[in-house]
Design a protein around this ligand. Structure first.
Ligand code: PLP
Length: 443
């Protein structure tokens, strides 16, 4: 550890104790608040609200004679296809945008990492879980984003929860786009900060909100995404950064669906929207989408990363980290992203073709910008489920998304486009949607 880092660590130990007391309070150990009168429920979870909701959904599927579309196991993958129930299906249900997840070079890199380090580092990084491979991957991320440093986490979801939950507290304000991913909201809940949202991509609405609320809080962070995964539209990143700067707020940008998919060579928001490394304070992304692995990363200033490295729960502390095989696969993918430019080119051609043909066929693609996520909005949940089941039988694997994940009446089929899809597969799929829609009626 450098002497600067040691000084920083000392300073932060004091802060950590304070934060610990705050966290203890948040989890119900410290302040004694009056408790509402409740009726004790007992030991069993059979009557938990989740199970009650699930039984209702299952009953509904049974009454409508629709097969449960979830947890369908696949046994093999080849490019754009998955082998499910002994049938090769055109797959639109995974985030394997650049077809890295079954790439031979990634597999070889992962195998070599297992040969060298085993299947697990068997410890949190801060104690004995550190290996040069993690440092190499983090240096590659920092170089990729032009930031001073970067840090990997064991999951993308946890990256958001841990980073937001650790950095912000009760005196702070977290303002987010209304369509932000659940992982960021979970982080905000853990932080215990005041949380407000603004209409999707609406920089003016953000401005109005900050004019009223910003000065009542210590820190304020604005949470946004590069590409929104329910609608497939690009974030209004530049305008939102401009507003956030004016109100002295930090910006955290989740690039889970924009890294590898937008910008001429897949460099995400920096390339597609001319965002500079310093415009965003907290660059976040996932290893499980374009990078064919699993995990997440934060890239940013040296102080931010050093802070998270020592104190963010679930980064290098309280948690065994990313398996060496996953880190090696992500490192290999990040390097390939720079050299194998055909992957991004094919993906972008496929995505625009799918959007254009869908619109020509009169399908409703909502506000999708022709990124690698294209929803076909159906409206009625039953019709969306029925359509999914039919397409499945016709060799097309796609998932229906409905309320409460999207607003009521906006049920949709969400298509994740892949660099390996062929125009023939895309045409077949769109034609089947149109054909089926003609004879499915609301029940
Ligand atoms: C916008 C966004 N952020 C974070 C995540 C979490 O990433 P991971 O699935 O790699 O844990 C997701 C997951 O789909 C996501 O869509």
């Amino acid at each position: 550890m450098s002497s600067n880092a040691r000084t920083l660590a000392k300073q932060l130990i004091v802060g950590k104790a304070k934060k610990g007391r705050e966290l203890a309070g948040r989890f119900g150990h410290a302040p004694k608040k009056p408790v509402e009168r409740v009726t004790p429920i007992g030991r069993s979870f059979d009557n938990h609200q989740g199970i009650i909701a699930l039984l209702g959904i299952n009953q509904h599927l049974e009454d409508s004679q629709i097969e449960n579309p979830y947890f369908n196991a696949w046994s093999e993958r080849k490019g754009s296809r998955l082998l499910i129930d002994n049938q090769w299906k055109i797959n639109f249900s995974s985030y394997n945008y650049l077809d890295m997840a079954s790439d031979a070079d990634l597999a070889e890199a992962a195998k070599q990492a297992i040969d060298q380090y085993g299947t697990s580092v068997s410890a949190a990084r801060i104690v004995s879980g550190q290996i040069p491979l993690y440092e190499e991957l983090e240096a590659e991320f920092a170089d990729f984003f032009g930031t001073e440093d970067a840090l990997i986490f064991v999951s993308g979801f946890l990256t958001n929860v841990s980073t937001i939950g650790y950095l912000f507290g009760e005196k702070d304000l977290i303002v987010h786009d209304a369509l932000i991913h659940n992982s960021m909201i979970s982080g905000a809940l853990m932080a215990g900060s005041r949380r407000l949202n603004f209409a999707h991509n609406d920089a003016e609405a953000l401005d109005k909100l900050l004019k009223i609320h910003r000065n009542r809080h210590e820190r304020c962070v604005v949470l946004i995404e590069g590409v929104y995964s329910m609608d497939g539209d690009v974030g209004n990143v530049q305008a939102i950064i401009e507003v956030a700067n004016r109100h002295h707020c930090s910006v955290m940008l989740d690039e889970a669906h924009s890294l590898g998919t937008i910008g001429k060579t897949g460099r995400g928001a920096q390339e597609a929207m001319d965002i500079k490394p310093d415009d965003v304070d907290i660059w976040m992304g996932s290893l499980s989408k374009s990078l064919g692995s699993v995990g997440g990363y934060i890239a940013g200033s040296r102080m931010l990363i050093e802070n998270l490295r020592y104190y963010a729960p679930g980064a290098a502390l309280y948690c065994a980290t990313t398996p060496p095989a996953s880190a090696a696969a992500a490192l290999c993918a990040l390097r390939k992203l720079k050299t194998e430019t055909w992957r991004v080119k094919n993906l972008q051609e496929n995505s625009s073709y799918f959007l254009k043909r869908a619109n020509e066929l009169g399908l409703n693609t909502g506000i999708s910008d022709g990124t690698a996520v294209v929803p076909i909005i159906i409206g009625d949940t039953n019709i969306a489920l029925e359509l999914t089941a039919r397409l499945n039988k016709q060799g097309i694997n796609v998932q229906a998304i409905f309320h409460p994940v999207v607003p009521d009446g906006e049920a949709r089929l969400r298509f994740f486009i892949n660099t390996a899809h062929t125009p023939k597969e895309l045409d077949y799929t769109l034609n089947k949607i149109v054909e089926n829609m003609k004879d499915i009626r609301p029940s």
